[in-house]
Design a protein around this ligand. Structure first.
Ligand SMILES: Cc1cc2nc3c(=O)[nH]c(=O)nc-3n(C[C@H](O)[C@H](O)[C@H](O)COP(=O)(O)OP(=O)(O)OC[C@H]3O[C@@H](n4cnc5c(N)ncnc54)[C@H](O)[C@@H]3O)c2cc1C
Length: 510
C-alpha cells in the first residue's frame, strides 16, 4: 500500500481529480497554515470526509514567520489573561509529551541581570518565572520535560551566552519554554498526519465564492476551476480571511526577526532574553536555532493597508532589534552581521483602539451571513485547541455526523508512537532525527538519489535525502517549497543561492 502520510504531485492530482468528479465531502478547510491543517487533522480523525485547500504551499503565510516558540502562556498571565495562559500551558504540554515530542524541545531562556535592570524589574521577572513554573505544574508537564526556573551565577551566564556584557553582571534568571525545530515543519507534519487519516491536502488550489455548503476551487497551476459541495466550509485563511468572508474585521500586526550566524553571538546555548527599555514584561530574544543560526526577534507594529504575500521588515524594526539586543552585549552585533531577516503578520481581531502589542491573542469563531465558518486570531501553540473548538461548532451548526475529538492523544507523524508505515532500518544523522523524529531513518532508507547522506552544499547541514523526501513525501512542488518551507535554507539568501540548482535537480527526478 502507498504510504498514507506521503504527499506528492501524483497524490495531489488524484485528489484534485476526485473532487472535480464530485467526491463527497463533509468539510472543506480553506488555508494550509497551522490553523487550517489542525482543523483538517481534527476533522479527518473524527471520521469526517475532509479536503484542505491552500492557495500557495503549506505554511506559506504567517505560520512560517513565527518565533517558533510553543509558549507556556507567561505573557498572558502578566496581562491578567489567566484563561489563555492556562490553555497555552496545557497545549504546550500536549505537544511536548504526546503530539510532537520530536519537534518541540525545552529551550532555556536567559535574562542576564545587568545594571540597566532595576530591582523592581528583576523581581517582576523572577515572580513571572515562578508563576510560569506554577502554570507548568498545573498543566501536568513534568520538570523532566521542562526544567524549573532558577537563578544562575554570572560565570554560568557567560558560559551559556558568551558575548553578554560582563561589567556589572550579577548572574541571570533562567526559565524554560517549548521551542519548535521549525514552525513550517510542524505544519507539514500536521498536514501529513491529516492525510494519514484520509484528508485530501491540496496545495496551489485557491478558494473563492465560499458559502455555507459550497466553494469554488481554482488550481493555481493549470487555471482550471470547479465548485465543490460540503457539509461545512471553514475559513482558516489567516490575515487573508477577509477575502473569503468580507464581514471579518482584522487588524494585522507585523513581527520581524533577524537571522545571524550563531558565531556572532559566541554560539550560545540559551536564548538571550533582553527587557525592552521602558516596557514592562516585553523582551527581545536571541534564540539558538537549527543550521547554526540565531533568530533575533521580535517587533509588534501595526500593518494597515493591502496584505502582501510576503511581508518585509522595515529599517526601523531592524534598528530597534539591534539597539535593544546590544544593550546587553559586550561584543555587540551590527547590521553587517545580519545574514537574513523575515517578517510575518499576526491575524489579530480588530477590537478598535490601542497598540497591537496589547490586542488579545485569543481566537474567535464567526459564522458569516453567507454561512462560512471563520476562525481567526489565536497562537500557533494553541492550534489543536482552536481546531477542536471550530469543529465542535461546525458539527453542531451544520448537523454533521462525527466522532469525538481525538487529537489530544494523537501522535503526529515522526513521534515515536507514529513512525510511519515503512520506517527504514539503520541510524540517521542527528540533524535528521531533530527534524523528522522516528521517521528519520526512513528519510534515508527510501532515498533513491546518489550520496543521500551528503549535505546539499558545503557548510549547509541539510542532506540530499531531505530534498528528495520533501518532493516524494512532504508535498513540495517547486524550488520555493523545498528551500523556504520544507527546509529553511532560504532564510539566508546566500545559502539559498548555493542550492537552487540542487533543488531543481530533485524536482526534475519526479
Ligand atoms: C512574527 C510572529 C511571531 C509569532 N510567534 C509565535 C510563537 O512563537 N508561538 C506561537 O504560538 N505563535 C506565534 N505567532 C502567532 C502564529 O504564528 C499565528 O497565530 C499562526 O501562524 C496563524 O496561522 P494561520 O494558519 O491562522 O494563518 P497562516 O499561517 O497565515 O495561514 C493562512 C493560509 O491561508 C492561505 N490562503 C489565503 N487565502 C486563501 C484562499 N483564498 N484559498 C486558499 N488558501 C488561502 C494562505 O496562503 C496561508 O498559507 C507569531 C506570529 C507572528 C506574526
Amino acid at each position: 500500500m502507498e504510504n498514507p502520510t506521503a504527499l506528492n504531485a501524483a497524490r495531489r492530482t488524484a485528489d484534485l481529480n476526485a473532487l472535480a468528479d464530485g467526491a463527497e465531502l463533509d468539510v472543506v478547510v480553506i488555508g494550509g497554515g497551522i490553523t487550517g491543517v489542525g482543523i483538517a487533522l481534527d476533522a479527518a480523525s473524527r471520521g469526517l470526509r475532509t479536503a484542505l485547500v491552500e492557495k500557495h504551499d503549506l505554511a506559506f503565510g504567517t505560520s512560517r514567520w513565527s518565533s517558533k516558540l510553543v509558549h507556556g502562556g507567561l505573557r498572558y498571565l502578566a496581562s491578567g489573561n489567566i484563561g489563555i495562559a492556562r490553555r497555552s500551558a496545557i497545549e504546550r504540554g500536549i505537544l511536548m509529551s504526546r503530539n510532537a515530542p520530536h519537534l518541540v524541545h525545552a529551550m532555556p531562556q536567559l535574562v542576564p541581570l545587568l545594571p540597566a535592570m532595576n530591582h523592581f524589574n528583576r523581581a517582576m521577572v523572577r515572580v513571572g518565572f515562578l508563576a510560569g513554573d506554577a502554570l507548568r505544574i498545573m498543566a501536568g508537564t513534568s520538570s523532566s520535560t521542562l526544567p524549573r526556573s532558577r537563578r544562575i551565577s554570572a560565570s554560568r551566564v557567560v558560559e551559556m551566552a558568551p558575548t553578554v556584557r560582563r561589567d556589572g553582571l550579577a548572574g541571570g534568571l533562567l526559565n524554560y519554554d517549548g521551542q519548535l525545530i521549525d514552525d513550517a515543519r510542524l505544519v507539514t507534519a500536521v498536514a501529513r498526519t491529516a492525510a494519514q487519516h484520509g484528508a485530501r491536502i491540496l496545495t496551489y488550489v485557491a478558494a473563492s465564492q465560499a458559502t455555507a455548503t459550497s466553494v469554488r476551487l481554482t488550481d493555481q497551476r493549470t487555471g482550471e476551476s470547479f465548485e465543490v459541495k460540503a457539509g461545512a466550509v471553514i475559513n482558516a485563511a489567516g490575515v487573508w480571511g477577509g477575502d473569503i468572508d468580507p464581514a471579518l474585521k482584522l487588524r494585522p500586526s507585523r513581527g520581524t526577526h533577524l537571522v545571524f550566524d550563531a558565531a556572532a553571538f559566541g554560539n550560545p546555548t540559551a536564548a538571550l532574553t533582553i527587557p525592552i527599555p521602558g516596557e514592562l514584561n516585553r523582551f527581545v530574544f536571541a534564540m539558538p536555532e537549527q543550521l547554526g543560526r540565531i533568530y533575533l526577534g521580535l517587533t509588534d507594529e501595526d500593518a494597515p493597508g493591502p496584505i502582501p504575500d510576503v511581508p518585509e521588515p522595515s529599517s526601523a524594526e531592524i534598528a530597534f532589534l539591534l539597539d535593544t539586543v546590544n544593550t546587553a552585549l559586550g561584543t555587540t552585533v551590527s547590521s553587517s552581521d545580519v545574514i537574513g531577516s523575515y517578517a510575518g503578520l499576526r491575524p489579530l481581531i480588530d477590537t478598535g483602539e490601542g497598540r497591537t502589542a496589547d490586542v488579545s491573542r485569543d481566537h474567535a469563531i464567526f459564522e458569516s451571513p453567507t454561512g462560512v465558518i471563520s476562525v481567526v486570531g489565536g497562537k500557533l501553540t494553541e492550534y489543536r485547541y482552536m481546531a477542536e473548538d471550530v469543529l465542535n461548532r461546525a458539527i453542531t451548526v451544520r448537523a454533521l455526523r462525527a466522532g469525538e475529538c481525538r487529537t489530544r492523544n494523537l501522535p503526529l507523524i515522526g513521534a515515536a508512537a507514529n513512525p510511519g508505515p515503512a520506517a527504514g532500518p539503520g541510524n540517521a544523522p542527528a540533524s535528521l532525527v531533530a527534524r523528522y523524529g522516528a521517521e528519520a531513518a526512513n528519510v534515508v532508507a527510501v532515498a533513491t538519489c546518489e550520496r543521500p547522506t551528503e549535505p546539499v552544499a558545503d557548510g549547509i547541514d541539510v542532506t540530499r535525502a531531505e530534498f528528495e523526501y520533501a518532493v516524494t513525501h512532504e508535498g513540495a512542488l517547486d524550488v520555493g517549497d523545498i528551500l523556504d518551507r520544507r527546509t529553511r535554507i532560504g532564510l539566508v539568501p546566500r545559502d539559498r543561492d548555493q542550492v537552487v540548482t540542487v533543488a531543481e535537480e530533485f524536482l526534475a527526478l519526479r
